[in-house]
Write a protein of this length. Structure first.
Length: 223
């Protein structure tokens, strides 16, 4: 880790994550500047999702040091308070409606219905879910669930956004929507880390691209 923590959203030094006898992360080093957009490429099973979960405070590193906005990775409650993680599972409650999911997430960040109601309605309209707002999430298609998760990401104030495969389950219009929302998040000063297979992300949103291979990060050639 280099430089004062205030200049970086994420700092990792020699981060290792092991599951049983299998090493997924073998000594990851990273200094991610505030307000940047990092795209992480890598083969299936390379450990991209594991890396995001460690940074989000969902998993503890086996070894190594790390900070998120200056908070030690082992201080998981403090880290989670500053991070929004969007994975393949989307983190939505299947029995709740789309609206209830968004309201619950906002409430967890101290935002009440009275202060965020109009923003919520705007977000639902933006992702094309105003007519599905009262449907339980379990009744939605995979693409609609992704749109609901994107709406939540756009509403929450978390300064660090971690997204695993933002284009998964989206059609062409949905991909453009996802890109637009991510660009808006970056322009608003939020820091982005995106795990993906899509070269388009490097071309249109990334300030930096890296590859996770053999448990280590390296700069992407040509990025």
């Amino acid at each position: 880790m280099t430089g004062p923590a205030r200049e970086y959203a994420v700092q990792l030094a020699g981060v290792v994550r092991r599951f049983g006898h299998s090493y997924v992360l073998r000594g990851v080093n990273l200094d991610l500047e505030l307000g940047s957009a990092l795209v992480i490429y890598g083969a299936n099973g390379a450990g991209k999702t594991t890396l995001l979960r460690v940074i989000a405070g969902s998993l503890s590193p086996t070894r190594g040091e790390g900070r998120v906005f200056g908070y030690d990775l082992h201080d998981r409650p403090a880290v989670r308070a500053h991070v929004h993680l969007m994975t393949h599972e989307q983190g939505l409650y299947s029995e709740l409606t789309v609206r209830e999911n968004l309201e619950f997430s906002l409430a967890m960040h101290g935002l009440t219905r009275s202060t965020s109601g109009e923003r919520l309605r705007t977000a639902l309209a933006r992702v094309g879910l105003e007519r599905a707002a009262e449907k339980p999430v379990r009744e939605l298609s995979a693409g609609m669930r992704k749109r609901a998760a994107l709406a939540r990401m756009s509403l929450l104030p978390s300064p660090l956004v971690l997204i695993d495969e933002p284009f998964a389950n989206l059609d062409a219009a949905g991909r453009e929507l996802a890109l637009a929302l991510l660009l808006e998040a970056r322009e608003a000063g939020r820091t982005l880390m995106i795990a993906s297979h899509e070269p388009e992300l490097s071309e249109r949103i990334a300030t930096r691209s890296v590859v996770l291979e053999d448990g280590l990060l390296r700069e992407a050639v040509g990025a």
